[in-house]
Design a protein around this ligand. Structure first.
Ligand code: GTP
Ligand code: MG
Length: 195
């Protein structure tokens, strides 16, 4: 796919608003500001399809994008944003949980990890939640351009170690940069290969 058929479909704030589960679906989860929306834009070759922002917590709904007539891409609200009001956090967490555990056509969850920071406690919480769901998840390192090549191995090692403790984790890690384009072709191929 090249983005020509990519479009914003809808933003969802409750399970009742989900589109029909008639396409292969992959979602992008990760801490606030990790680069979920930017990655969706980069994957689809569209600069403003998903709204990316410097303000953490920008994406507050579950946003559905059509990737092709057979795939949906899903941009999830970021977690771990310390300044969000508690009531808001609890609402997101509930929706996120319902979505991750209940979406029948969800084939893979990509858990995005900032290459500078590695896996944090909040990421482990999502990974544990995914362990209890039927969904395989895959770690995607973001903003690789911000870390020198020689320093990446340390992060990869930490991520590999943490992933090995999660039964739902797919062992292969994808290193990406939405800015420079690293890893995008690999990720596109992974998504296209799911059915
Ligand atoms: P929320 O919606 O708030 O959860 O954030 P998000 O995960 O969607 O992050 P978003 O894509 O909005 O990106 C956050 C910031 O990181 C923006 O300022 C982006 O420009 C920047 N960013 C995202 N990806 C990259 C990357 O690959 N390299 C660099 N250098 N910056 C990036
Ligand atoms: Mg976002």
């Amino acid at each position: 796919f090249d983005g020509a058929n990519s479009d914003f479909l809808k933003g969802v704030v409750a399970m009742s608003g989900l589109p029909p589960s008639d396409r292969v679906e992959v979602c992008f989860a990760g801490r606030s500001n990790v680069g979920k929306s930017s990655l969706i834009n980069a994957l689809t070759n569209r600069t403003r399809l998903a709204r990316a922002s410097n303000t953490p917590g920008r994406t507050q709904e579950i946003n559905f994008f059509t990737l092709s007539d057979s795939h949906y891409l899903v941009d999830l609200p970021g977690y771990g944003y310390a300044n969000a009001p508690l009531a808001v956090v609890e609402k997101w967490q509930k929706l996120l949980k319902q979505y991750l555990l209940g979406r029948a056509n969800l084939r893979r969850a990509f858990v995005l990890i900032d290459t500078r920071h590695g896996i944090k406690a909040v990421d482990e919480e999502i990974m544990s939640l995914l362990d209890s769901s039927a969904v395989t998840f895959q770690a995607v390192l973001t903003k690789a351009d911000k870390v020198k090549e020689k320093d990446r191995e340390k992060v990869l090692k930490q991520v590999r170690e943490k992933l090995s403790k999660h039964p739902a984790a797919f062992p292969e890690i994808v290193l990406t940069s939405s800015e420079k384009g690293d890893g995008l072709a690999e990720l596109r191929a992974i998504i296209a290969g799911l059915d």
